[in-house]
Design a protein around this ligand. Structure first.
Ligand code: BES
Ligand code: MN
Ligand code: ZN
Length: 506
């Protein structure tokens, strides 16, 4: 899909400009105020008052995001005009703008339009510039056009009769033409990253194995000049990652420890390290999960997927920041070789862990990656993991859980999430909770005992391995995928992470 930016000065343009735009669909916003303004007003003049009549009749509902598709409007060369209600306020909230954009694109995608001219970017959005508006316009469309097809037959794909949109012209005021270019480039790069993350998440566990994740990382490295190393079982043993290896040993699939490096600036600058949980299938191990929805545990590598997607995005925008990605990848399976409840393992840090529940495996693979991160002398480390079902209970599917002892880092992540519309909510990490991890036989247990504060327990566990640098943990169990009829990976939190890194590079 190609996005093009074109500048029109509607205050100066002749009324006839609108009549002759060569496109399959024009998308125009309409405020339900006393008199029409901007492009809607030009269109109203060109159509001899048609828009006013439709607003007055109520056929174009005043609720923001309502749409009305007009076909073959007399005098307009475009065969379709989509009217999109912007509500009664003259400036939109960022959230309303996103909702309106989604609704508008949905209406366009319901048609056979192959090209579209988008005129919603000329409205004012509270606390956001037009560059943001352009970014979100591209992102909302790309979100709706993603299709998972890799493991479907051609017949099934063809039967879907998908939209065929190929070319999108985004119309902006001339004064912003340069500035929004940047927003569009960022939007496309983030959308490409999100697509990769979604695709990896949606792939089944028998295809998306640790070796498959490693091959994707290698390809990213080749295509985007990233340094990529894949450490094999032997090397992981030499590193003494006893905790990570204990999870991997129940599976027939060998573990991989993937290291990506994006050098965007002076090599001496301390990097930001992203650590992604890469459990390509989580059966629970010997503490096996119940059968219902167990298939969704193919999504347990979405932290890893989001790291790969974020690298795809920052490489494409050529971000001037050093970033390292670490992915401990393996399966969590029951077998004669698997971890057993009560087993004690020694982590790379030297700390010993009593594995009271083999299903609390995410923290066991992440802790060794957090220790490995020390060698980069990082400016900050963020881990991203589908870590606890308890996080879904606490926050649902809207916010990722954020944990950090570092207020500045936490605030920066929260702000990035808000700006990118990929929000997180901060949860506590107080010392008092640490007590619940006490073990009679090892330095700590891998679960907190009982069901209270499950997400905090997991974060407290990780905190013990991250004391030598500023650290934050994102629990994305509720945000990385949607269940039910629309079961699919969301690509979160690629937007948040990419925005955070963009902000760090400033
Ligand atoms: N991958 C799961 C977390 C998860 C569960 C994410 C459901 C999304 C939906 C994780 O490895 C896990 O099994 N966690 C356990 C921890 C418990 C044993 C302390 C959980 O949340 O039940
Ligand atoms: Mn588990
Ligand atoms: Zn898991």
């Amino acid at each position: 899909m190609d996005f093009i930016i074109e500048a029109y000065d509607w205050k100066k343009a002749a009324d006839s400009t609108l009549l002759h735009i060569n496109t399959d669909c024009i998308i125009v916003g309409v405020f339900h105020t006393q008199t029409l303004s901007g492009i809607a007003q030009k269109l109203d003049v060109a159509t001899k008052g048609l828009i006013s009549r439709l607003v007055k009749s109520g056929d174009l509902n005043a609720k923001a995001g309502s749409t009305l598709m007009l076909y073959e409007v007399v005098g307009i060369s475009a065969p379709r005009v989509l009217l999109v209600s912007l509500g009664r306020q003259v400036a939109l909230s960022p959230k309303t703008f996103i909702d309106v954009s989604r609704a508008a694109w949905r209406a366009v995608l319901d048609t056979r339009a192959a090209s579209a001219t988008w005129m919603l970017t000329q409205v004012d959005i509270n606390n956001r510039d037009s560059s943001w508006g352009v970014r979100m316009s591209a992102l909302t469309l790309r979100e709706l056009t993603y299709r998972y097809t890799q493991t479907k037959s051609k017949v099934e794909i063809d039967a879907n009769n998908d939209s065929i949109i190929k070319k999108v012209v985004i119309v902006v005021d001339p004064e912003y033409k340069q500035a929004v270019r940047h927003g569009l480039d960022e939007g496309i790069a983030i959308a490409n990253g999100i697509d990769l993350t979604r695709e990896l998440g949606n792939l089944p566990g028998n295809i998306c194995t640790p070796a498959y994740l490693a091959s994707i990382a290698k390809h990213l490295g080749i295509n985007w000049s990233l340094k990529v190393d894949v450490l094999e079982q032997k090397q992981i043993e030499i590193l003494k990652m006893g905790s990570f290896l204990s999870v991997a040993k129940g599976s027939a699939q060998p573990p991989k420890f993937i290291v990506l490096e994006h050098q965007g600036t002076d090599a001496k600058q301390a990097p930001v390290v992203l650590v992604g949980k890469g459990i390509t299938f989580d059966s629970g191990g010997i503490s096996i999960k119940p059968g219902e929805s167990m298939d969704e545990m193919k999504y347990d590598m979405c932290g890893a997927g989001s790291v790969l997607g974020t690298f795809r995005a920052i490489a494409e925008i050529n971000l001037q920041l050093n970033v390292v990605g670490l992915i401990p990848a393996c399966e969590n399976m029951p077998s004669g070789n698997a971890n057993k409840p009560g087993d004690i393992v020694t982590s790379m840090s030297g700390q010993t862990i009593e594995v009271l529940n083999t299903d609390a495996e995410g923290r066991l693979v992440l802790c060794d990656a957090l220790t490995y991160a020390e060698r980069f002398k990082p400016a900050a480390v963020i881990d991203i993991a589908t870590l606890t079902g308890a996080c879904v209970i606490a926050l649902g599917h809207h916010n990722s859980g954020l944990f950090s002892k570092n207020d500045a880092l936490a605030d920066m992540l929260l702000a990035a999430g808000l700006y990118a519309s990929d929000t997180a909510w901060r949860l506590p990490l107080d010392e008092e909770y640490q007590e619940q991890l006490k073990s009679n036989f090892a330095d700590m247990a891998n679960i907190g005992g009982g069901r209270s504060a499950g997400s905090v327990m997991a974060a407290c566990f990780l905190e013990r391995f991250s004391r030598s640098y500023p650290w934050a943990h994102l629990d994305i169990a509720g945000t990385a995928w949607k269940g039910g009829r629309e079961k699919s990976a969301t690509g979160r939190p690629v937007s948040l992470l990419t925005q955070f890194l963009i902000d760090r590079a400033k």
